[in-house]
Every structure is written in structure tokens, then in C-alpha cells.
Design a protein around this ligand. Structure first.
Ligand code: ZN
Ligand code: ZN
Length: 229
């Protein structure tokens, strides 16, 4: 099975490891598939504006550079490690209240999508681009200050748009996802080197972007594993 991690940040947002070093880290650790998913933060409130000021967000004006660098690294990673890299972003709707906040990955995104658009508009545009929508850390976390509960609390309205939910994020496991029988994957939410040791996804499919997306969508041949030292 393919060892995968679909939730990874670099210095393009608030990660502490640059893109090239991140790729080498996962390549040397023997991973088969990773997604680079830096934050795209909403700029329409004080929290969002601060994230932009601190350069903790990919922006419309550096999105092409971000994608270009990921494409370059994808070529290098494939030749050097046989590691498949999928470009993505983590749309981050940050509000003071956890009930209003939501984070979700757009996997295999092609064009920039602003995080301040409403949910339906973002989801519709992501589908147009044939990107997968993955709800991130959807329930209470061990670090309550990171809670983002909007999608879970509004699942009756939005679950139809979501291709998979994180059943595990780094050290946290969300059993509510299995209770609802939603499609699931598990990711590290990598920001620091030590986060490589965390929950991961195993996929039983070919090591190419389309089969990987299909495998997540249909959620057959998917397993999770705790990757440890
Ligand atoms: Zn997040
Ligand atoms: Zn994240």
C-alpha cells in the first residue's frame, strides 16, 4: 500500500521547514505520496489580516510562484525518491469563535481560490477545478485553541461537497467520523520536523494523481497507520 500524507505546511505559510527540505524529509523517510497544502487564510477580519501581514498565507499574488515551485519539486522528488507530490492548499477560515472557523484542503487545485468566498462558492469552484475537498481537524482537538468546528456542526448542509474528512490529524483521532461512516483519511498537519511522526493514510492504488484521488473519493482500499520512529 502507498504511504501517504495529504496535509503538509512549508514556509509558504506557517510551517518552519522550507519546501525543498520538506520534500527531502518525506522522500528519505520512504513516503509514496504527499500533498503540499499551505494555508490560504481569509483576509476579511483582524485575525486573517494578521496572518497575511505575517506572511502566514499563500496569496493571489504569489500563488503561481507557489505552484511553480511545487511542480519543480514534484519532478525532482519523483526522479530522486519515486515520491509523488500533489499541489494543494488549506483554505483557512479563521474566526475568534471555533464554531465559525473551518479549515479544509483543496487537493490538486489549479487556480487560486480566495478563502473569504462563501462555502458554496469555494466548493463549487473547487469541483470545477476537479480538486478534492477534505475537511481538516473537524472535531475537538487536544489543543482546544485550534478547534475548527463549523463544517462538523453544519455537516447536514455541507457533507455532500466533502470528498473526505480527517479521521486523524497528527496525534488526534476523531471517532465521530467513523460513527457517521464518512469517507476518511489521516494526516500529519506537518509544521515542524517532529510532526512527521503522526497519523498517516495508506492507499491501495496506483502511484499517480488520478488513481489516488479516485481511491480517496470512493474510500475503498483506505487505511490509517500511526507512523512512528
Ligand atoms: Zn488547519
Ligand atoms: Zn494545516
Amino acid at each position: 500500500m502507498l504511504l501517504c500524507d495529504f496535509h503538509i505546511h512549508t514556509t509558504y505559510s506557517d510551517g518552519s521547514v522550507n519546501l525543498r527540505r520538506t520534500v527531502d524529509l518525506f522522500g528519505q523517510a520512504g513516503f509514496d505520496v504527499i500533498a503540499i497544502t499551505d494555508h490560504v487564510v481569509n483576509g476579511d477580519n483582524t485575525m486573517g489580516r494578521l496572518a497575511h501581514k505575517l506572511k502566514f498565507s499563500v496569496r493571489e499574488d504569489n500563488f503561481d510562484e507557489y505552484m511553480g515551485r511545487i511542480r519543480q519539486e514534484a519532478e525532482r522528488a519523483w526522479d530522486k525518491y519515486g515520491l509523488l507530490i500533489i499541489p494543494g492548499v488549506e483554505i483557512s477560515k479563521n474566526h475568534l469563535s471555533a464554531d465559525k472557523s473551518a479549515h479544509f484542503i483543496l487537493l490538486d487545485i489549479k487556480e487560486f481560490i480566495p478563502a473569504c468566498w462563501d462555502y458554496k462558492r469555494i466548493f463549487t469552484e473547487a469541483k470545477e477545478q476537479d480538486a478534492l475537498i477534505i475537511a481538516c481537524h473537524p472535531h475537538h482537538m487536544s489543543d482546544l485553541s485550534r478547534d475548527t468546528l463549523f463544517l462538523w456542526n453544519n455537516r447536514e448542509r455541507y457533507a455532500k461537497y466533502i470528498d473526505a474528512w480527517e479521521i486523524a490529524n497528527r496525534d488526534d483521532v476523531f471517532n465521530v467520523i467513523s460513527l457517521k461512516k464518512y469517507p476518511y483519511i489521516a494526516n500529519s498537519d506537518f509544521h515542524k520536523v517532529r510532526h512527521i511522526y503522526s497519523w498517516k493514510t495508506l492507499l491501495n492504488c496506483e502511484k499517480k494523481i488520478e488513481p489516488v484521488k479516485q481511491c480517496i473519493r470512493h474510500n475503498k482500499g483506505v487505511a490509517i497507520t500511526l507512523f512512528r520512529r
